[in-house]
Design a protein. Structure first.
Length: 284
């Protein structure tokens, strides 16, 4: 097991969503925190919430994970604050709305720099320090779209599949080297966060109603709260789970993709379409 009580963790994307909820959950379990995000107001708010309980120390750090130098600075500051830091959560991520012909290369690179390269650079920045600890854990956030690839998600799915492949290969390298570092890759299903509301629109999208439709579709599918996702991730860390699936939807599509690897969308496409219809009820 990786003990959370008394540990210290660095979390990117900690100002909102899963990152914020995970910061609160780890703090409740007695873990000291170095929280990173571009949203400094959000960081201060979550740090203040955690600070009220006075269970752990919290530091906040401005970091844009698309900038490797800022990730290096974050790692140096976090390690200076917590010399025994032994948990790193590469959580920061963004969404991009549009089919492949509606997003341009610069937009796709913007997403990849955050969702994929942010994970890689974050892992690289902390890895030498983690290797010196008695026990350590890296948590990389992929997605249910790192298991399946729906239409309209060419950029996002590419990044999340890449996070999955990178993480699994690195885990096997760490195991072969008898490293003290464990690595979990997380595949959340629909989590009730603002990621779709904050999504960038592809430059080729001219139908402004698409954003509203996408938000409604996401709200119908988002069955899991960030707090529930955070509990699941914390349990996965404690149990050294290599793969953490969050939500019934993630578990369902994981099985379906294994059974129908080439044609799973024939099944899922109909489900997604029904949820997108006006008046569709959210399943529980």
């Amino acid at each position: 097991m990786t003990a959370i009580q008394g540990a210290a963790a660095a979390i990117t994307g900690a100002a909102s969503g899963i990152g914020r909820a995970l910061a609160q959950e780890l703090a409740a379990r007695g873990c000291h925190l170095a929280l990173g995000d571009r949203d400094e107001a959000g960081l201060q708010a979550v740090a203040a919430e955690i600070g009220k309980a006075k269970r752990c120390k919290v530091t906040t750090h401005h970091v844009d994970v698309s900038e490797p130098a800022q990730i290096q600075d974050f790692a140096a500051a976090a390690i200076a604050a917590y010399p025994d830091l032994n948990i790193v959560v590469n959580n920061a991520g963004v969404a991009l709305m549009g089919t492949f012909d509606e997003i341009d290369q610069a937009e796709m690179e913007w997403l990849m720099n955050i969702n994929f390269w942010g994970v890689v650079h974050g892992t690289r920045a902390f890895l030498p320090h983690l290797a010196k600890q008695r026990e350590a854990h890296i948590v990389n956030l992929s997605s249910v779209f790192g298991i399946i690839a729906p239409p309209g998600q060419t950029a996002y799915a590419a990044a999340k599949f890449a996070v999955r492949g990178f993480s699994e290969s690195l885990r096997h390298e760490l195991w072969a080297a008898k490293s003290p570092i464990k690595l979990s890759v997380v595949h959340p299903g629909g989590i009730a966060t603002n990621i779709v509301r904050n999504a960038h629109m592809g430059s080729g999208i001219t139908d402004t109603a698409r954003r509203t439709e996408s938000i409604e579709r996401f709200d119908n599918a988002a069955r899991t709260t960030p707090a529930a996702a955070a509990i699941r991730i914390a349990e996965g860390i404690e149990r050294n789970e290599p793969r953490i699936l969050i939500g019934f939807d993630a578990r369902f599509v994981d099985v379906l993709q294994r059974l129908l690897p080439a044609i799973y969308w024939k099944v899922l496409g109909g489900i997604f379409s029904r949820r997108a219809r006006p008046g569709a009820k959210k399943e529980v």
